[in-house]
Design a binder for this molecule. Structure first.
Ligand SMILES: CC(C)(COP(=O)(O)OP(=O)(O)OC[C@H]1O[C@@H](n2cnc3c(N)ncnc32)[C@H](O)[C@@H]1OP(=O)(O)O)[C@@H](O)C(=O)NCCC(=O)NCCS
Length: 212
């Protein structure tokens, strides 16, 4: 049966998520986008979309059959919204773009987003609401935490971990078996050779870090 999907966040990334849901539907995923929720009441008229903004991010705007997906790039906001909506009983769908390669033994939590050309290796675990942006790669046995954000072209090595709410900037690399702590941010192009503590900003190759 076709699933009715509501995209939370109607900014530029929301329009990307809409496109990818349509690509997935064309490939047979059975997801149909009913609209967006966004607190900023955005005007989408310039984009020629046939999908409305249904209102602010309020579970009362959702129908009984709707499932949500978060189209927001900030992991802290993803964590907070997911907690609020889940507490209200909202259910989430999972988006996997048809061009992504996901090992059958990999596990994805509800609300995870895997963008075009993503890769997830055997026995990797991707947490609820985690976001793998375009060409993000997650090696075998790796662990991606709840609402963690992997920006475009990031590479997480085998058996590495990116903990809950952490963020990897574009083209950042986490070497195999290394760990990025909860809420840490890794700058674009940085290479993580040793464990990054929770909450820090990690920069450079090899990455060093500073407290935020
Ligand atoms: C790295 C980042 C998280 C830091 O954000 P911030 O806390 O607002 O801090 P700033 O941008 O002011 O940068 C802090 C310091 O890090 C340095 N820095 C930022 N990006 C860097 C990088 N890629 N490599 C090395 N140093 C970097 C800045 O020069 C600055 O140094 P200074 O304090 O000595 O002047 C942010 O700049 C960023 O790049 N976010 C990810 C963007 C991204 O990849 N988005 C993907 C969208 S799809």
């Amino acid at each position: 049966m076709e699933e009715s999907v509501v995209v939370v966040g109607a900014g530029g990334f929301g329009r990307e998520v809409l496109q990818w849901l349509r690509d997935a539907a064309a490939a047979g995923a059975g997801q149909r986008v009913r609209g967006f929720l966004d607190d900023t009441a955005p005007d989408l008229s310039a984009f020629g979309l046939d999908v409305p903004v249904l209102g602010p991010v309020d579970p009362g705007r959702l129908g009984a059959g709707d499932r949500c997906i978060l189209a927001i790039g900030d992991p802290a906001v993803r964590l907070a919204l997911a907690a609020r909506l889940e507490a209200a009983g909202v259910r989430f769908t999972t988006l996997v773009h048809p061009s992504a390669v996901v090992a059958p033994s990999a596990r994805l939590g509800a609300g995870a987003v895997v963008c075009p050309f993503g890769f997830i290796g055997p026995d990797a675990m991707v947490g609820a609401h985690a976001l793998l942006n375009v060409r993000a790669s997650v090696g075998h046995d790796a662990r991606i935490g709840r609402a963690a954000v992997l920006s475009p072209h990031t590479c997480v090595g085998g058996a590495a971990e990116v903990a809950d709410g952490a963020m990897l900037g574009s083209a950042a690399v986490v070497l195999p078996r290394q760990r990025v702590g909860e809420g840490a941010r890794v700058a674009p192009g940085a290479v993580v050779h040793s464990a990054v503590p929770a909450g820090v900003l990690a920069l450079g190759n090899p990455a060093s870090w500073r407290r935020n």
